[in-house]
Write a protein that binds this ligand. Structure first.
Ligand code: F6P
Ligand code: MG
Length: 448
């Protein structure tokens, strides 16, 4: 489906799209070449030969990106989505790296590299980001331990007679953990027990931490969850490592509290946007949790719950190629393209589909340059009325933001200039939107 609003473009110097294409992508590509070089050095024979070829191809791709070359149709690697990418390129193109719709060109970049892997014999399932994802997780030991302790404390209170209000409060806590797990900065999380949360002091701490959540529909999400007994909740995942860990904690809470019978996790089917979860990242996480020294007892408890629910089929991994097409989530509908129809049929059965992170939000809203007071219902197009209940947990790391009240954007711009000036690095006001300091949590009932 076409969108009436224009997409963010990598040619717009006032956008984060512009900086991403010129500063972030070359760094990401260099990182991939480094990773491949290490893996190639550790290999021999045909594997090493293929590794060298991959390094050459990615080096050439980096050259094209940095020299603003044209995006050409993807080569056919036998997968179903190549035709989709090429049709989109024809529909939206012609494009060069520095003058392309941001969402399309960024998806194309990752898909193109996956095509290089598919052209090999030995590297088809290789994840260029695996090393980096695991290293980052292992270095977040303190936060991992803290959250394991917190999970054990809070979930321990579920076995008593927990009232509806207390459950609601816990739900908000676990949502917050999963939300800020998507940020680079966890300082906005509270760290209180259930008793403290119910106190006045807790209320104050919560208000303080909620100041940066610009759109907050958590109570509507709670209604969707609590008004149906048991049932199924879906998590459309974003990043591996620490964020995935916070998502797992949220899933455990839902199951422990009887707020869901099943939680379905939706990872990506190919290495994606550096840190996104692949199906293999679940066993990787379970294994990594065995390696920390701190909070051993609490981490073992959490890990045990995860393994148990996974074995019982209560935590399920379900992957679809749709998540790695360049299509917006407006295709999650009857007759939707690229697997959108199947995803729609699947998610309709869920009492709540929770979409994590920035990229999922960009795809929900078509990554279009909507005025920021546009309603979420308008920005999600057909999704507003197609019977999928969805809740987006997103810390803002890109240009698109909708659903703001009048005057809020202007205040944020001013605040951002003040903050960055005080740090001695004045930035234009627009930068608040991709600083990761603010968040939005919009809900859509699918019944508007
Ligand atoms: O903002 C930079 C960026 O790489 C975007 O391209 C992308 O939308 C986002 O970060 C990824 O963030 P997340 O992992 O939250 O989707
Ligand atoms: Mg991501």
């Amino acid at each position: 489906i076409a969108c009436p609003a224009l997409p963010y473009m990598t040619s717009d110097p006032n956008s984060f799209a512009y900086t991403s294409a010129r500063s972030r992508w070359p760094v990401i590509l260099t990182g991939i070449v480094d990773d491949l070089s290490r893996s190639t050095l550790e290999s021999e024979g045909e594997i090493a030969e293929e590794g060298k070829l991959l390094i050459e191809k990615i080096g050439a791709l980096q050259y094209d990106v940095e020299h603003d070359r044209a995006l050409v149709p993807l080569e056919d690697d036998g997968l179903y989505d190549v035709a989709l990418y090429n049709e989109e390129l024809e529909r939206q193109g012609p494009m060069t790296w520095g003058n392309a719709p941001w969402l399309y060109s960024e998806c194309y970049l990752y898909r193109k590299m996956y095509g290089y892997l598919q052209a090999t014999v030995h590297w088809k399932d290789y994840d260029f980001f695996a090393r980096q994802k695991l290293d980052a997780f292992m270095s977040s030991e303190i936060a991992v331990a803290e959250l394991a302790i917190r999970y054990k404390t809070l979930s321990g209170q579920l076995h008593g007679s927990v009232g509806e209000d207390q459950l609601h409060l816990l739900f908000r806590e676990f949502i917050d953990i999963s939300l800020w797990g998507n940020a680079t900065d966890l300082s906005l999380l509270t760290n209180l027990s259930l008793d403290q949360l119910q106190s006045l002091q807790g209320e104050k701490a919560r208000k303080e931490s909620e100041k940066n959540i610009l759109v907050n529909d958590v109570d509507l999400a709670w209604k969707a969850i609590s008004s149906v007994e048991g049932g199924r909740v879906d998590l459309i995942l974003d990043n591996a490592g620490f964020e995935f860990y916070t998502d797992i904690i949220f899933a455990l809470f839902l199951l422990d509290a009887g707020l869901a019978d099943t939680v379905i996790l939706h990872p990506k089917a190919m290495p994606w946007f550096v840190s996104d979860v692949l199906p293999v990242d679940l066993p990787v996480l379970i294994n990594a949790l065995g390696k920390f020294n701190r909070a051993r007892e609490e981490i073992d408890f959490l890990r045990g719950q995860l393994v148990k629910y996974n074995e019982e089929g209560k935590i399920i991994i379900r992957s679809s190629g749709f998540w790695t097409t360049s299509l917006s989530y407006w295709e999650i509908r009857e007759n939707g393209l690229g697997g959108g129809h199947e995803v729609w049929q699947d998610l309709k059965e869920s009492k709540l589909a929770i979409l994590k992170g920035d990229l999922n939000y960009r795809k929900l809203t078509y990554d279009a340059a909507w005025p920021r007071t546009t309603s979420f219902a308008t920005a999600v197009g057909t999704l507003a009325t197609n019977n999928v209940k969805l809740f987006s947990l997103r810390t803002c790391k890109a240009d698109v933001v909708v659903g703001l009240a009048d005057g809020v954007e202007e205040n944020l711009e001013k605040t951002w200039v003040d903050i960055t000036t005080a740090k001695g690095k004045p930035e234009p006001g627009k930068g608040w939107a991709w600083s990761g300091k603010w968040a939005v949590m919009p809900f859509s009932s699918g019944e508007n």
